[in-house]
Design a binder for this molecule. Structure first.
Ligand code: ATP
Ligand code: MG
Length: 234
């Protein structure tokens, strides 16, 4: 199958601090891929480089055979690569409906259809459309952040720690929604996730990032439970 994204020998950091050191990952179209690794390894930085928020210092990223490594973040989103950052980021003063509607700004003709799709995926949001985003529970805010990302009709959706700090029952609902997304033929998912049970259920392939380098890559089933996973993640 063709690669949706091909990351080659990518290095990046902040000022003089190098974080990513020669990362190479190929992400097949329509696949679901996990990025795992210890705190500070550079997982979030990798997503920020893909989405154009941090500039690479070396290497490149190709999307459907175009070099996108220096695209501005607006062009990345418009091309269908959408990043839901860590920390349940929503517009606090706006309602659930307004948050979602804003996410669909680049698809005015499909907005209603996209909204209905998100509300089918996350029924909890449907019951809370007029509620202020900052009055939602943590799990609901995470659903809203992902829902807003889906309003941009992504071809590649990047989720940074979607279950961090959520109660088990909410993790179950999130897992169900992510499994439904995984089944969509139009979408590739890149998920940074510490929950190995979820990673195992959701992801075809996994890449272990340690100190800015890929320590191991492979089929999730093979990596989860392997020595390399135990060494780096305990
Ligand atoms: N805006 C920033 N300015 C300077 N350094 C940063 C910035 N953001 C992250 N870093 C540093 O880059 C390194 C990698 O951070 P990153 O957030 O990518 O790690 P991570 O793997 O996502 O960790 P976690 O599991 O804790 O979320 C860390 O040492 C961090 O302190
Ligand atoms: Mg992170």
């Amino acid at each position: 199958m063709a690669d949706a994204l091909r990351i080659d020998n990518l290095s990046a950091g902040y000022g003089h601090a190098t974080v990513l050191r020669g990362v190479t990952i190929a992400i097949e179209a329509q696949s679901t891929v996990a990025i795992v690794g210890p705190n500070g390894a550079g997982k979030s930085t990798l997503l920020k480089v893909i989405s154009g928020l941090v500039r690479p210092t070396a290497g490149d990223i190709r999307f459907r055979d175009e070099d996108m490594s220096r695209w501005p973040s607006e062009k990345v989103v418009a091309s269908g690569i959408v990043h839901v950052p860590e920390g349940r980021q929503v517009f606090p003063g706006l309602s659930v409906a307004e948050n979602l509607w804003l996410g669909g700004y680049s698809h005015p003709e499909r907005r209603q259809e996209l909204l209905e799709d998100v509300l089918t995926l996350f029924p909890r949001l449907k019951e809370r459309l007029s509620q202020a985003a900052d009055s939602l529970s943590g799990g609901e805010q995470q659903m809203l952040a992902i829902g807003r990302g889906l309003m941009a009709a992504p071809a590649v959706l990047m989720l940074d720690e979607p279950t961090l700090g959520l109660a088990p029952v909410i993790i179950d609902q999130m897992t169900e929604a992510l499994m439904a997304l995984r089944a969509r033929s139009s979408l590739s998912l890149i998920v940074v996730e510490q929950n190995l049970q979820l990673t195992r259920a959701l992801c075809d392939a996994a890449h272990i990032l340690v100190d800015g380098r890929i320590a191991a890559s492979g089929a999730t089933e093979e990596l989860v439970g392997s020595d390399v996973m135990k060494i780096y993640l305990g």
